[in-house]
Design a protein around this ligand. Sequence first.
Ligand code: LLP
Length: 418
Amino acid sequence: MPTLVYQSFTHTDGELTCDGVSVAAIVARVDTPVYIYSARAMRDAYRAIDEAFAACPHVIHYALKANSTLALVRLLRALGSRVDANSGGEIQVALRAGYEPRDIVFTGVGKTRDELERAVALGVGVINAESAGELDRIGAIASAQGRDARVALRVNPDIDAGSHPNISTGLKVNKFGVPLTEARAMYRERRSRAGLRLVGVHVHIGSQITTADPLRKAARALASLASELRADGIALEHVDVGGGLGIPYEGRPMIGPAEYAEAVLPELRPLGLPVLLEPGRAIVGRAGALVARVVDTKHYPDGRQFAVLDAGMAELIRPALYGSYHHIVPIRPRSGAESPWDVVGPICESSDLFARERALPPLEVDDTVAVLDAGAYGSVMASNYNRHPLPAEVLVDDGQWTVIRRRQTLDDMLALEQ
Ligand code: LLP
């Protein structure tokens, strides 16, 4: 069951390397905190998904929300990926990275009128509408512009993705999509509406999904809706199954791209339509690490010990927000017995904690550590909380490394203010 995945960050001769490049050497030049990404890991992950779906016409629309640092988006574009954008800002990133509007799927709850007008004027590939009201607004905007907008409805199939409640989106209590049971009527009513071309159906039930069953069920629900719509004479051009494939943060066995494809393709292939995929985490998650420095250690009388890093929830909020697990490894592990460490950040909140009682070798001030599997929903969710400048980002590619985003300066941070 477990799919073998390429490991970019490994210890070689006692120090952490990223695809053979010394992490310490990068830190010596760029300082901490820094996000380091492996181009090879991204390419491998992209190809694994592409190959898993090879038996069926498919298009990968990388979900920019997972990580939209321009150099990484350009790297994926070079591989043939298209994009899923969730806002006007992400559309702008896609265009800046060289994408044509038709390569963009525009999804997301709460698209503003300005965002919709621009998306329609650009002629994006498809707008995944979240409600009947949004579909009608798109139709009106497109008619006013003398165009037809290519649209799909996102359906909510009331399926439990089985992941953290904050990132499960396919249950009827969630704000996402329209109830599956109402979708058919919504399409039928708008079959010949001016300004609208109903080209697809869309579902996305959540993120960090580790079992095949919810994904299979969602694909089945979507396929059955698609068949009904075609019977109603709606000329669908694709089905979009969203993203959601997880990564093994804790190293437990879970499905990989092959098992994902095996689960959904039998449901989708009979339609004979191209399948759109919107993976984010599965492409970029394992490719990135956040490297931070130990700035203090604390040893309490009861034996509890803390390693305080120069990065915390401002740089990587996932542990604080979802209680999520990330491996933590010293760049140059010291010899000596492992003991339990609370690895925390410098932010004034007790939720600013990367790991509780994690077995780690001895740590001392000025040691550096890497928080692994931080490529997805890491830098994109970083903030200036406690006035932390945004970290630098580095891409390692074929033995070379480049700063792809410089560290924000204090002046950058204050530039918007009077
Ligand atoms: N498509 C849609 C419509 C989405 O809402 C998402 C993610 C994706 C695709 C990509 O999902 P992925 O393949 O990356 O699972 N911040 C959270 C994850 C939020 C996911 C939001 N939507 C985290 O750090 O776990």
